[in-house]
Design a protein around this ligand. Structure first.
Ligand SMILES: NC(=O)c1ccc[n+]([C@@H]2O[C@H](COP(=O)([O-])OP(=O)(O)OC[C@H]3O[C@@H](n4cnc5c(N)ncnc54)[C@H](OP(=O)(O)O)[C@@H]3O)[C@@H](O)[C@H]2O)c1
Length: 422
């Protein structure tokens, strides 16, 4: 039987008795009338703690990862999440570490007290894609904390039971809360599209290599014995990538071949454009020894896509999961068909991908790249940094109930809390 709640609401970082569910919780919400910059859009409110259905789980959130989803949700662009899930408020947050607090009647593999990290894919669980195929192709597939509410920027979040994975025990709550979204996405981009899967000695060009996706892509390539080639916008970011395992880095500011494909019916202008792209290609060849890259790990989109499609090798793959600089993507089709290149869209990951990837973290072969931690009240701050591309390399986190740094499990957090209040 569920314990009777002794309080209607707990303070941030105040840990209720295990399994006790208060009526209300502190949550960072976005409302339609506040769509805009995160500083204005994200506001703290008291909300009802959501109830769970048969296949759902309520998780007491320790730390919540910061991703672009929170930026897009704040802006309400390219669409408002409120129009997708139809609730009157949106609680963002698609990454978390935390503790299972209450389970639905159909959940058998998890129980209150289990320490977990959460992957953000939700699907129906019943169709043929969810059973033997890829749940990413399920017709009701959606991203938790973006296309659904009840995300992780709140004391409690609500997820499907299949979203839970064991928390790697060696990580602090903050380290554990910051990586799964970008890591599992990068994993699927590099392993999820056979036959173009990552193999030893492959050359992989990684855009935004010091960012969330990029830092994970570098480490995955390194672990596979491949050659990650980082593209960044400053020497300091480049150095960070080298430390992480990149073979070399290229500073994109040294080149001027960005943006949409120019009009090929202007032969002079087009020739000049190809000359500028080849200069970038030469920088890649200087690293690889005059061979083209096997895979381009793409996500900036409009600004870089034509170049990505040009520089990838014959029969190679440009795999992309976003269009951060714009989604009106262009490329010179002649180079793609004549050289039989593959352009592959990729979106988050299945539980299978996430679980496979998580084993390398548990094995301490992948660092979660925690860069900076923020408090619950500061939730909008890292999102403001991200929107302006001023965030530090790696992954940022908001500590929701993990208010004491360095704790790795619930017992340590309780002890630290008791110590503070005594
Ligand atoms: N579909 C999915 O499942 C999925 C999953 C995760 C993320 N995403 C999306 O992927 C995108 C990146 O996410 P992230 O977490 O890696 O973000 P991030 O940490 O901000 O990294 C993005 C990187 O892009 C680079 N960049 C910015 N402007 C650029 C330009 N004009 N040309 C080339 N590179 C540029 C920046 O590096 P430099 O300035 O150093 O070049 C930045 O570090 C976001 O749009 C996010 O929503 C999609």
């Amino acid at each position: 039987m569920e314990p009777t709640a002794t309080k209607d609401v707990y303070g941030i970082g105040e840990i209720p008795p295990l399994g006790e569910v208060p009526e209300k919780m502190h949550a960072m919400t976005i409302r339609r009338e506040r769509h805009g910059r995160p500083a204005a859009a994200m506001q703290a409110e008291l909300l009802d703690v959501p109830d769970v259905g048969p296949n759902e789980v309520l998780v007491y959130v320790m730390s919540a990862g910061v991703n672009y989803n929170g930026v897009w949700a704040s802006l309400g662009e390219p669409l408002s999440p409120l129009d997708v899930h139809k609730h009157d408020n949106h609680v963002a947050g698609s990454d978390a570490s935390g503790v299972v607090w209450k389970v639905g009647s159909g959940i058998t593999t998890w129980k209150p007290g289990d320490e977990v990290v959460i992957h953000c894919n939700q699907s129906c669980g019943e169709c043929h894609h969810c059973n033997g195929g890829s749940p990413m192709l399920c017709r009701s597939q959606r991203i938790w904390g973006y296309e659904t509410t009840h995300g992780s920027f709140a004391q409690f979040c609500k997820v499907q039971g299949q979203q839970l994975l064991p928390k790697p025990k060696h990580l602090t709550w903050a380290e554990a809360g910051c990586y799964m979204l970008v890591y599992a996405t990068a994993w699927r981009m590099l392993y999820g599209h056979p036959p173009h899967t990552l193999k030893p000695a492959m050359n992989v060009l990684i855009w935004g290599a010091s960012g969330g996706l990029g830092t994970m892509a570098i480490q995955i390539c390194k672990a596979a014995g491949a050659n990650p080639i980082a593209v960044v916008s400053s020497a300091s970011k480049g150095e960070y990538c080298l430390q992480l395992g990149a073979k070399a880095y290229i500073n994109r500011k040294d080149f001027d071949c960005w943006g949409k494909l120019p009009d090929p019916s202007d032969p002079e202008g087009y020739r000049d454009y190809i000359r500028r792209v080849r200069k970038f290609g030469k920088a890649i060849w200087d690293i690889t020894g005059k061979v083209d890259v096997d895979i381009v790990f793409e996500h900036p989109g409009e600004q870089t896509f034509p170049v990505s499609c040009y520089v990838v090798r014959r029969g190679g793959m440009v795999v992309f999961c976003a269009g951060t600089t714009g989604y009106n993507l262009t490329f010179d089709a002649r180079y793609v068909w004549m050289r039989q290149k593959r352009i592959q869209g990729s979106h988050f990951a299945s539980k299978h991908d996430a679980d496979e990837a998580n084993h390398l973290v548990m094995d301490q072969k992948i660092h979660t790249g925690l860069s900076q931690s923020f408090s619950f009240a500061e939730t909008s701050v890292p999102h403001e940094l991200m929107i302006d591309n001023k965030h530090p390399p790696g992954n940022m986190v908001v500590n929701i109930n993990a208010t004491v740094d360095g704790c790795r499990n619930l017992a340590e957090s309780r002890n630290a809390q008791q110590h503070l209040s005594s």
